[in-house]
Design a binder for this molecule. Structure first.
Ligand code: TRP
Length: 336
């Protein structure tokens, strides 16, 4: 299959902070594999990050490079994947504006992802208009590249559904299938909990293990990790379900047989938390050491990474501009 016949992938991350193990299990790992068989674009979503960080644009801007370092550190290859900056792609903003007319406020308020996030952030009716409408912008992101596959965490599935509704509505208006529908690629491992066992591995609340974590930070995070509070002595039978150490072992250990064996012995009694934590520490140290080293090398040469972002964004600009022109002309917008 030649490069330009490959199915197109578009996905991205808000640039609000460096990425962590939750991102790795949730989608980075998939992206590293898919870049060999697909034409892949990764979007550093700084415009979307602003929709709930308007009080700190400097943070959003600073983290564009941080997330780029993370991409490269986990093995995203700039020769295979195009990395681009959302705010430098004006076609996305223009498509968002057009798509806004093909979706209702009521539908956006019913979007499960948006609904949960509005509750979580306590916005109520004072939700920023940009935030309420970010699913429309995400539809613009996906369709501007004519992507048919979107690797994301499970929380993003309603956004892909929303995208496809906009696509169908627009195609109906135009009278032919100009834009393709997209499919989410969601990892089979469930969402990774924070080290305290609560919610998801959020960046802000001290529950995350960053891809850049030092050996000591990894060790300390594993030491603090929530296990089974009723498993007091090593001899006591322990519970594996909801035990974060086992959830992480399931997500990251190379040898599932080893984990199954450990689970059986833990359930029976006779295996202390310190033993399973030592195993997990070894797994995470081995996983993150090469990532940390590669990340440090890229971070030491930001000029090189900036050049990659310029080249990637330039390629993405041509692609997105072409789609915008097609949509404008298919809708019959006035042309000077
Ligand atoms: N919503 C994604 C996140 O919160 C980021 C994102 C922006 C995205 N545009 C996208 C994901 C397009 C997939 C496709 O991290």
């Amino acid at each position: 299959m030649s490069a330009n016949e490959r199915p197109v992938i578009l996905t991205g991350d808000r640039t609000t902070g460096p990425l962590h193990l939750g991102h790795y299990a949730g989608s980075l790992k998939n992206r590293v594999a898919l870049q060999h068989t697909h034409e892949q674009f990764l979007l550093l979503a700084d415009m979307q990050a602003l929709t709930d960080n308007a009080d700190d644009p400097a943070k959003v801007s600073r983290n564009v490079l941080e997330v780029a370092f993370d991409y490269l550190a986990v093995g995203i290859d700039p020769a295979l994947t195009t990395i681009c900056v959302q705010s430098a792609l004006p076609a996305l903003a223009e498509l968002t504006m057009l798509y806004m007319n093909f979706v209702t406020v009521a539908r956006l308020e019913r979007n499960p992802t948006i609904k949960t996030e509005i509750q979580l952030r306590g916005f109520g009716r004072d939700v920023p208009a940009g935030f309420l409408c970010y699913p429309v912008a995400q539809a613009a992101d996906i369709t501007a590249f004519k992507a048919t596959l979107v690797p994301v965490g499970d929380d993003q599935a309603p956004l892909i559904e929303q995208t496809n509704e906009i696509v169908r509505r627009l195609n109906r208006q135009i009278g032919h299938a100009l834009l393709p529908e997209a499919e989410a690629i969601i990892p089979t491992v469930g969402r990774l909990p924070g080290i305290d066992g609560k919610a998801k591995m959020s960046k802000s609340q001290g529950r995350a293990i960053f891809l850049s974590a030092s050996p000591d930070q990894i060790r300390e995070a594993v030491r603090q990790m929530y296990t089974d509070p009723t498993h007091i002595r090593a001899a006591d039978p322990g519970t594996v379900e909801g035990n974060v150490v086992f959830t992480y072992l399931d997500a990251f250990a190379e040898a599932p047989d080893m984990v199954d064996d450990l689970k059986a012995r833990y359930r029976q009694g006779g295996v202390g938390d310190s033993v399973v934590k030592r195993d997990l520490d070894a797994v995470l140290q081995a996983l993150l050491a090469p990532i940390r080293e590669r990340r440090a090398r890229y971070a030491a040469d930001p000029g090189y990474v900036m050049d990659l972002l310029r080249q990637g964004t330039f390629r993405a600009r041509e692609r997105t501009q072409a789609t915008l022109e097609e949509v404008r002309s298919a809708l019959g917008l006035f042309s000077l």
